[in-house]
Design a protein around this ligand. Structure first.
Ligand SMILES: [Zn+2]
Length: 252
C-alpha cells in the first residue's frame, strides 16, 4: 500500500546501497508516487466492467468471520463513501509455476477472496500497483523473495482480468536471523555495511548456492558480478522454503 511505505530519504538510501554493491538498473526509475493516474485508469477499467465493487465492511467484522472476506457487499450496490474497493473474484488462480520451486498450490481461501484493490483511505493496494507497473514496464520475469509467494496468485488473476500475459516468477529463499525472522528493518536487522562490498557479495552468492571459489580479493566488484552472472545456475539455488544463512556474523 504505497505512500505510507515511502519514508523520506529511504528510497535514496536503497539506491545508494545498490550502487555501492555494483548493482545498477535499466532505464529510468519508475516511482509509484507518480503513477496514480495509471492506477486510477486500471481501477476504473475494472469497475466499469463490473469486476469490482465497493465494500464498507469493518476490519472487526472480517476478523469476526475468520479473517477471510466473505463477499458480503458484492450485491449491495454500495457507493464510494467510506468504502474500500474489492475485486469481484470470479476466476481465482489457485496455483502457479515457480521456475525455482515448481508448482505452487495457493491457500484456496486466500486465492478465492475478493481482495482489496483500493483502500478506504484512498490508497491503491500493493497488488494492483505492482501489476500495473510491471505490465507498463514490460517485465517478463519477476525474481523476488519467498515472502512474496502468497500474493502471487492474486497478481496473476489481475493480469488475467486485464487480459495481460503474466510474467514468469522465481521466488528466492530469504535470509533469516536465528529466530527465523527475515532480515528487515522491522526486525532491527543491521543495515548493509558501507565497507568493502566484496565479502558481502560473496556471502550472498554462497547463500544462493552459487560457486564461491572466486579469487575475489583480487577482483573488482564489477568483475565479481560479471563472473557470477556468467556462471549463474538456477538449479543450485536452495528451493526449500527458506534457508538460514551465516549472515548474522558477516562483518566487513
Ligand atoms: Zn463488505
Amino acid at each position: 500500500m504505497i505512500p505510507p511505505r515511502e519514508v523520506p530519504g529511504a528510497a535514496d538510501t536503497i539506491l545508494r546501497q545498490l550502487e555501492h554493491y555494483g548493482l545498477h538498473w535499466d532505464g529510468d526509475i519508475l516511482w509509484q508516487s507518480q503513477r496514480h493516474d495509471a492506477y486510477r485508469e486500471a481501477f476504473a477499467w475494472l469497475y466499469d466492467r463490473g469486476l469490482s465493487y465497493y465494500c464498507t465492511c469493518t476490519r472487526a467484522r472480517i476478523q469476526s468471520i475468520g479473517g477471510i472476506y466473505d463477499g458480503h457487499c458484492r450485491a449491495l450496490q454500495n457507493g464510494p463513501e467510506q468504502a474500500a474497493v474489492r475485486i469481484k473474484q470470479r476466476h481465482p488462480v489457485t496455483r502457479f509455476h515457480d521456475r525455482l520451486r515448481g508448482d505452487i498450490q495457493a491457500d484456496e481461501r486466500l486465492a478465492r477472496e475478493d481482495f482489496i484493490i483500493h483502500r478506504r483511505d484512498g490508497l491503491f493496494a500493493y497488488n494492483l500497483a505492482v501489476v500495473v507497473d510491471d505490465h507498463f514496464q514490460g517485465i517478463s520475469e519477476i525474481v523476488r523473495g519467498a515472502d512474496l509467494i502468497e500474493p502471487t496468485v492474486r497478481q496473476i488473476s489481475l493480469y488475467q482480468q486485464f487480459g495481460w500475459t503474466p510474467p514468469d516468477y522465481i521466488h528466492l529463499p530469504l535470509a533469516l536471523n536465528e529466530l527465523g525472522a527475515k532480515l528487515s528493518k522491522q526486525n532491527h536487522a543491521p543495515a548493509l555495511p558501507h565497507g568493502d562490498p566484496r565479502p558481502v557479495l560473496m556471502e550472498a552468492l554462497r547463500f544462493l548456492g552459487q560457486h564461491s571459489d572466486l579469487p575475489w580479493q583480487e577482483m573488482r566488484v564489477d568483475e565479481i558480478l560479471t563472473s557470477a552472472v556468467a556462471s549463474w545456475t538456477l538449479s543450485t539455488v536452495p528451493n526449500s522454503a527458506i534457508v538460514n544463512p551465516a549472515f548474522s556474523n558477516t562483518s566487513c
